[in-house]
Design a protein around this ligand. Structure first.
Ligand SMILES: Nc1nc2c(ncn2[C@@H]2O[C@H](COP(=O)(O)OP(=O)(O)OP(=O)(O)O)[C@@H](O)[C@H]2O)c(=O)[nH]1
Ligand SMILES: [Mg+2]
Length: 453
């Protein structure tokens, strides 16, 4: 990379400090031009030192700052890097960035620092993706998985599979080079077994895709019910703040409200909805429409019932509507005298008795949610790796080629065909860590990053 890039690496807004990061061959010389201090010149500072001074040009000062100098290759990008810690605030950081751009740097594209870290061999693709996962993690488990991936756990597994495939391929190619030597039946069987071992390894990684999706995107939960049953109270109780307005008047919530809650380390996207009823009010009508949409599009539905009232047709209608989903009946207001009797057909659906008002039963509800999220499977073990959509697609094609390869082995197909399928599988696996990724693939991945990372 022969140009020098700059960006504000902290969120835009007011805060204690903001950081402008500059990376590339000209970073230190650029520092000389804009940073003034008694310590000397930026290009002469020892690596990994921090200096107090002012930023400005032509006698005009923008801010007093701390400037960090990190020399290649011991930096995030493996290039010369300076980091300017200025006072937090939108204008100061922008002015310093503008000065960097006037002084020879180019504005960094989203994810470009990390892209350089990848291109310069500091991270592989799974680790680069882990950086973004870490930034976006909204629960303990998501955070733990991202840290593992950043440490290279997934890369190590992928490399292991790659090496095994390379060994098998090398064996087979030796026979292609010397066609007069017929492949011995024993050798053929050993190679087949080795290929099968790689395939089951690929499948074990594929089995983590569901966890990966849950941790990255969260699980959508719609809280539905007729007006006044306590949906908003339940949302507030689950997230621990008064996010949604609660009143004793039916029809309080008009719009859907989404909040993220981390439950047992798993991220849930909870949507509070307008109470579903037939109504004449235009705003409420739209709200009810949105409630129905939320119900249809979410993975888990909490149908809230007021246990101090008798079940009515509207409740039944809603329960019927959530059929076929992961649905849970939440019998709320159990602190009040009970009037609700579930008829036999509905008693079969899982239910939890809670009081959003005093917190009774909420932990049971949380446990049930986690169980539903994982369809009663896993979810309690420590996460090691959890693959993302891109990795899943590549592992699936690798799976496909390996399966075909195994069929070729057993049906005595020519070894050239076996070798070809192995090579395809190898390519797909290599793309996971970036060993065989094209520029298009890289652009697609890094364009989803935030600016300044
Ligand atoms: N006693 C008791 N009252 C509750 C409980 N949960 C909610 N309430 C009360 O029930 C009323 C309605 O609560 P909300 O949370 O606004 O109900 P909602 O389902 O969101 O109502 P809409 O938005 O109008 O559809 C309020 O007066 C709450 O204080 C509970 O567990 N026990
Ligand atoms: Mg409400």
């Amino acid at each position: 990379m022969d140009d020098t890039i700059a960006a504000i690496s902290t969120p835009i807004g007011e805060g204690g400090i903001a950081i402008i990061r500059v990376s590339g061959p000209d970073a230190l010389a650029l520092g000389n031009r804009i940073f003034h201090t008694r310590d000397g010149r930026v290009s002469e500072f020892p690596s990994h030192t921090l200096h107090f001074g002012t930023i400005g040009r032509n006698g005009e000062m923008i801010d007093q700052v701390m400037l960090g100098v990190m020399r290649a290759p011991r930096t995030y990008t493996k290039e010369d890097t300076i980091e300017i810690n200025c006072h937090g605030g939108i204008l100061t950081a922008r002015k310093i960035l503008a000065l960097c751009l006037q002084s020879g740097a180019r504005l960094a594209e989203p994810g470009e620092f990390t892209k350089r870290a990848f291109l310069n061999g500091r991270l592989d693709l799974t680790q680069a993706e882990a950086v973004m996962d870490l930034i976006r993690a909204k629960s303990d488990r998501a955070h733990a998985a991202a840290v593992h991936e950043l440490e290279g756990h997934l890369s190590a597994k992928i490399d292991q599979a790659r090496e095994k495939l390379i060994t098998i391929l090398a064996h087979i190619e030796a026979y292609i080079d010397f066609p007069e030597d017929d492949i011995a039946t024993e050798t053929r069987e050993t190679l087949l077994r080795d290929t099968e071992a790689v395939l089951s390894f690929v499948r074990s990684l594929l089995a983590t895709a569901r966890e990966g999706k849950i941790l990255r995107e969260g699980i959508s939960v719609a809280i539905v019910g007729r007006p006044n049953v306590g949906k908003s109270s339940l949302l507030n109780a689950l997230i621990g703040t008064d996010r949604s307005i609660v009143t004793s008047v039916p029809g309080t919530t008009r719009d859907t409200i989404e909040e993220t809650a981390s439950i047992s380390g798993v991220p849930f996207r909870l949507t509070d909805t307008a109470g579903i009823r037939s109504t004449r009010g235009a705003a409420e009508k739209i709200g009810v429409e949105r409630s129905r949409k939320a119900l249809d599009s979410s993975e888990i539905v909490l149908v809230v019932l007021d246990s101090s009232k008798q079940l009515n047709a509207a409740d039944r209608e809603l329960i019927k509507h959530s059929h076929g989903k992961h649905a849970l009946l939440v019998l709320n207001k159990i602190d009040l005298p009970s009037r609700l009797r579930l008829p036999d057909d509905l008693a079969k659906i899982e239910n939890v008795k809670v009081s959003a008002a005093n917190g009774t039963g909420l932990n049971t509800l949380r446990d049930q949610l986690v169980k539903l999220a994982y369809s009663g499977k896993v979810g309690t073990t420590d996460v090691d790796v959890a693959i993302n959509e891109r990795q899943k697609a590549l592992l699936e094609s690798s799976d496909k080629y390996l399966t075909e390869c195994i069929q070729c082995f057993s049906s005595d197909k020519p070894i050239e065909i076996i070798a070809q399928q192995l090579r395809r599988s190898l390519n797909a696996i290599g793309e996971i860590t970036g060993k065989t990724a094209t520029e298009d693939v890289l652009s697609k991945i890094f364009s989803t990053f935030c600016i300044g990372k």
